[in-house]
Design a protein around this ligand. Sequence first.
Ligand code: FMN
Length: 197
Amino acid sequence: MSLAELDDHALDQLFRQARTAHAFRPDPLPQGTLQRLFELAQWGPTAFNAQPARYVFVTSPAGKARLLSCVSPGNVAQTEAAPLTVIVAYDLQFFEALPTLFPAYDAAPLYRHNAVLAEQTAQRNSTLQGAYLLLAARALGLDAGPMSGFDAARLDQAFFPEGKVKSNFLINLGVAQQAAAFPRGVRLSFEQVVRVE
Ligand SMILES: Cc1cc2nc3c(=O)[nH]c(=O)nc-3n(C[C@H](O)[C@H](O)[C@H](O)COP(=O)(O)O)c2cc1C
């Protein structure tokens, strides 16, 4: 099957016109949005198909209250307003599922005996999975606000007290309240960041 290029409207929505949201309308998300987000994002690739990301979809007032006590002051209002905040985390023991997820090769021992490699792999791939989720949200017509401004030790204690799962970053999702508050930041040029060899 050959792939067709998406039209300009889709490329604008996913990339060129999409802005990071810092304020959200209070409207709840349409029924089924959490499942639809996951259903799309799950297809993004990960090393050995290991899918180390674990998610907490925080929507309830009680969940939000616990989360707000962990985010930095500048992130409180936006996190409170977003109808959904996703905690993108990773499972340090992700490799135990590899026999099912990647039966073609027994990769689990690579990680079982190397905690540093296991954590690097979990971080790298869960970051990618969070980015797939962010783009899935844009594809579904939602605005996203990724955040790394939070107290990770405190959040992990509040949401993952068993110690096997660690937080990576947060994504507020919903419909942006207003046009972006700041002008679009310049992007580094092709010449500045790409070397073609
Ligand atoms: C991993 C990550 C962490 C971020 N952390 C925060 C944050 O803690 N608080 C915040 O207000 N914005 C945060 N941002 C938003 C960025 O500043 C924003 O995405 C960037 O300036 C690009 O903005 P634009 O999409 O409107 O062009 C973060 C973005 C990313 C990708």
